[in-house]
Design a protein around this ligand. Sequence first.
Ligand SMILES: Cc1ncc(COP(=O)(O)O)c(C=O)c1O
Length: 388
Amino acid sequence: MEGECPVSVIYLDNAATTYPKPESVYLAMDNFNRYMGGNPGRGSSQQSLQAGSVILEAREALTRLFNIKECLDIAFTTNVTESLNIGLKGLLHPGDHIITTSMEHNAVARPLFALSKQGIEWTQVDCAADGSLDPEDIRRAIKPNTRMICTLHASNLTGTIMPIREIGSIARSAGIIYMLDSAQSAGVLPIDVQADYIDILAFTGHKGLFGPQGTGGIYIDPGIKIKPFKEGGTGSFSEYLEQPGFMPDVLESGTLNTPGIAGLGAGVAFINEQGMDNIYQHEQKLLTQLIDGLQQIKGIKLYGPADPRRQTAVLSFNIEGMECGELSSRLDYEFGIITRSGIHCAPLAHQTVGSFVSGSCRLSPGYFNTSEDIVTTLQAIEKLTRQK
Ligand SMILES: Cc1ncc(COP(=O)(O)O)c(C=O)c1O
């Protein structure tokens, strides 16, 4: 049955990667591997051309999802981390200034830590203890040498949603590039690169877009010239040693993960069939149930807004007196409930919300979870608070 977990667990770790995937995603990958094969853009055999159309279909589906004008302005990557590295390292030079927030993931913070050793100036704008950002703080941080503003859309720790349109508008009016990390929002929250003034959109395939791991991509505004992250075969202009400078070839050296991209295309088609708003509403219903239930259990500390209108379906909490690693392990081994504990690759965010360095346990229900899953989870957590 669609969305049924093939292994008997309650999977509440969709912020790490969505699981299970829609049936059509498994089928698309199997269909490509078994019946198509072929290397896209490599020669003119029927198989290569067929593989090329699989890539094109996925590119077009993503173009529509994000209201991008031209599908060739999207390059496929292996994940959002690679996309963010391309954006940061391909555009920033010593002397440039970048603004981020104090809620960023290490996918942004670590490359910037490395770049700051090479003369790039980095300002982290502080967010409030619930992870929220006042966009005016971004405006106030702008300097004459600010080249880029980079923020996430929704926090992987607290789900807190950032005011991206306001940030984009501030960036656009100051002539600064705005790069968005959409890891936790693509497929769940609307993203419109034109209306939201997004110059660079970094996305990952394996979370809300329902694709497999090892897929992702980057949209780059056609007005921006990016330095490639790697050079190599693109199947185009092969007589020249110089890397082609146009999108997507400039960033797509080497054979693409075509089976994965076939799955990603099917994931985006699934979102369209179901309706992104229905996916969002379902997840919000489960989130509301979780927040309401946890607020009634004694000894629980919740992080973030604890307000479904201000966050995606990502909720961090701790049980007073219990280490979060133990909490997650016991939920897994005693109750078959999959969560994630620790720092979630986001030390800055933990510092912001006050859970550094102990970390937290994170619950992230997805489209295939049910209300019964949440009831069982709340009962398990309540039992643990009594047993600690
Ligand atoms: C906000 C955010 N950015 C970046 C990433 C990195 O994603 P990936 O491992 O797919 O590159 C994640 C993953 O959890 C995330 O939540």
